[in-house]
Design a binder for this molecule. Structure first.
Ligand code: A3P
Length: 308
């Protein structure tokens, strides 16, 4: 007799296999991020860079439709879909019908991404964010999720959440992506940062100089943009401007899964700060985090900015 867990696992294997074997086009563009690192931001920026800054052309298109999650777009199994819907949108986007260049996002680890990304040398933009701010952003996201499922399961404080984020224990299922995975995620793409098809970006750099980073992105995507267009895009994608843009805030995930109004309570466009973690970490939290972080990056020259 096969139990439900075995069936679920085998279904996940089938879905993973489907994603791995997905036929990519050589001009496909993938934005890969660890959750809470600026994915929503990229869904506003990348389409505008590609269309030459034509805000009118994207203004009626929801961010998830502009750049779908490859994982969900390729997942047809209902059971897996229900499970995966905890990670993002739960809509069907037929990737094969999309015009080139297709733009897609994913939080998946490199080992689960379509194999052909490597073979066809598709462009990959990777965005990394310092893991202390990621942890806080994740905390708000998880709290919203738990509140919706069962209020009593919410974490009592950020300090109660942090150990579950750092080391994903089996019973801490709600953390979804844990900190040790952050290390594998970011370090993989950091080691690939000099590849000609990879652009490694930092959330903190984008916060400091969005115009310069938009220009960098345009050069990588081989789009010629006048300086005034680059500035227009950067201005449109600033945090304050996105916070006031109903379409940038539109999220089926917020409305359907979290039952919150994305215009007021979106965990996808929330505070947008660098160093906001200082309002949440106690001295003991910080020591705990640093002791793990030191181990995560001990063999790497990666330097994250925890403050500006
Ligand atoms: P905070 O929760 O720290 O505010 P993702 O889209 O990968 O889930 O990431 C969400 C995080 O990116 C949130 O962080 C959100 O506020 C931030 N973000 C979204 N748009 C942004 C923008 N235009 N500028 C800066 N941060 C932005």
């Amino acid at each position: 007799m096969v139990d439900a867990e075995t069936i679920a696992n085998s279904r996940i294997d089938i879905q993973v296999d489907k994603i791995r074997r997905f036929q990519v086009r050589s001009d496909d563009i993938f934005v890969i991020t660890y959750p809470k690192s600026g994915t929503t931001w990229m869904k506003e920026l990348v389409p505008l860079v590609l269309n030459g800054g034509d805000i009118e052309a994207i203004k009626d298109k929801a961010p998830d439709a502009r750049m779908p999650y490859i994982d969900f777009a390729l997942t047809s199994d209902l059971l897996v879909k229900n499970m995966l819907s905890d990670f993002g949108v739960n809509e069907d986007f037929d990737l094969n019908k999309r015009m080139s260049p297709r733009t897609m996002v994913s939080h998946l680890e490199a080992k689960y991404l379509p194999q052909q990304i490597e073979e066809k040398k598709c462009k990959v933009i990777y965005v990394a964010r310092n893991p202390k701010d990621v942890a806080v952003s994740c905390f708000h996201f998880v709290q919203a999720l738990l509140k919706r499922i069962d209020n009593s399961q919410c974490y009592k404080s950020f300090s109660a959440f942090l150990p579950d984020f750092i080391i994903c224990k089996n019973d801490a299922q709600h953390v979804i992506y844990d900190g040790s995975l952050w290390k594998d995620h970011v370090l993989h793409w950091w080691s690939r940062r000099h590849d000609s098809n990879v652009l490694f970006m930092f959330y903190e750099d984008m916060k400091q100089d969005l115009t310069g980073n938009t220009r960098k992105m345009a050069e990588f995507l081989e789009v010629k943009l006048d300086d005034n267009v680059v500035e227009k895009i950067a201005d449109h994608c600033s945090f304050d401007s996105m916070k006031k843009n109903p379409m940038a805030l539109k999220s089926d995930y917020c409305s359907q899964r979290l039952k919150v109004n994305p215009t007021h309570d979106s965990p996808f466009v929330r505070k947008g700060k660098v160093g906001g973690w200082k309002n949440y970490f106690t001295v003991a939290d910080n020591e705990l985090f640093d002791s793990h972080y030191k181990v995560w990056i001990k063999d790497s020259d990666l330097k994250m900015q925890f403050d500006l």
